[in-house]
Design a protein around this ligand. Sequence first.
Ligand SMILES: Cc1cc2nc3c(=O)[nH]c(=O)nc-3n(C[C@H](O)[C@H](O)[C@H](O)COP(=O)(O)OP(=O)(O)OC[C@H]3O[C@@H](n4cnc5c(N)ncnc54)[C@H](O)[C@@H]3O)c2cc1C
Length: 455
Amino acid sequence: MSAKASTLRSSGIFSSHKPAKSTVVRPITFRDIQGYLDTSSNYLAPFRPMGAGSSSTDCSTATAGTVIDMTGMDQIMKIDAYADTVTVQAGVRLHRLVDALADNGLELAGNYDLMNRTVGGAVAGGCIGPSMTADGAFFARHVIGMKVITPAGDFLEINQQKKNILNAFRLSYGMLGIICVITLRVRPIKGFAVNHRRCTIDQLAASASKLATANIGLKFYLLPFRDRVYLDLRSYSPETRSTHSIPWKIKDWGESTVLPHVFKSIGRIVPISRFRYRLIDGISEATQGLVNNRLVSSGDNAATQSLRVNGLQNTSPLQYSTWCFPATDFSVVAKAYENFCLDTYSETQFRCDMPTVGFLLARDRSALLSPTFDEPMFALRAVSTPCGGWEDFVIDFAEFAQHWGGSPFFNQTRSIEPDYARHAFGSRIDFFRKIRRQLDPANRMMNSFLSQYFL
Ligand SMILES: Cc1cc2nc3c(=O)[nH]c(=O)nc-3n(C[C@H](O)[C@H](O)[C@H](O)COP(=O)(O)OP(=O)(O)OC[C@H]3O[C@@H](n4cnc5c(N)ncnc54)[C@H](O)[C@@H]3O)c2cc1C
């Protein structure tokens, strides 16, 4: 067993000056997990499962308890090209799965960035990307079966016949049990066309409701201080047969690796904020214009999913907080978000150095805690390299989002007010809590962050 200290990151609501140590274990088998959870074992609650550790909240921390690092359970167990399904252990990284499926002419039925995350983390946490509306909003939607160890250490098998429990386990943030094996629906590789557009925030606002009803995939980069939006619009196209992954890899490498490091260095060597941000925004615009507009015009879910940020597990060069906003209000929210960024900067001198990333999310009822259960939404992810002022910014962003009816992910959204979570999910969070209490009456998988919302 390897044991090491893990610290409690600030959630914006709770903070700890002297974090107690947690033990980190890395199981290989079901039995290992049952051993940790055995009440006579030396391992202490809370028990928190962890995948790649790329979440931005304290959802997987276990102060004085046990973090169960699932990355050792990383077998791709079965690819069934006739039934279009794949069965994997929860610790498999998405990029390995995508590559193995592509070797069999298959792909995930949706498009998701950040390929270093684990399948278990993508099912139990929010996992979104520029998926076409018809493919649903979340990775978890495509799960058709799971093998789970419950908080009491029992083995539980869930399939589509147990719809309610399957829907509760999707986006369950590791509160209902440890997901060990997952069967996903996949499909033959299917090409799509990619269009890039540049517009102002007003123009995005004006077309928001039209975009929300189209069967497209949409990712955008919003630069509030330049009044610019760069859109990546995808639509299925029978003519697009195959595509090469190299241009997509260059694009992702530019966005996820080069830009954060360049911006971090500029932050150190250009002390005057006016010049620093002018330079940073100029580089962002040039990158979007060059890399995106020129490099890629077609894709498929096998070739485009390459974003592999190295050094995850709390050491990513980026910090972020994501909120989803109803598509019906987005024409107003987009403009309000621009004003919020400008006002915050003039009052506090803080602004994010990376562009805000946005996605269109389809209405998706596959998970009880789905933020888009009732309607399609636009997600806005504020992103920045680490710098002073960020912690206050995420609290202000949460206030802004809560005012505009935003909906959170408990692993990606910082500083959610507990009362607001109840308001955002209504009776669905009550139903989830009821299932949680049945599976974990002793609250063995609750940490202080999750307790705010789910006890
Ligand atoms: C640079 C960067 C870019 C990102 N881009 C995106 C993006 O484009 N789209 C997006 O949606 N997210 C993005 N994220 C957020 C994050 O990567 C996702 O939410 C991801 O799905 C989390 O996966 P993970 O393996 O890191 O899980 P973790 O962060 O380790 O865990 C997520 C949650 O799932 C639970 N969990 C993990 N494994 C299990 C298991 N086996 N059983 C039960 N519960 C489990 C954990 O307890 C936790 O509550 C990004 C993050 C970074 C740092």
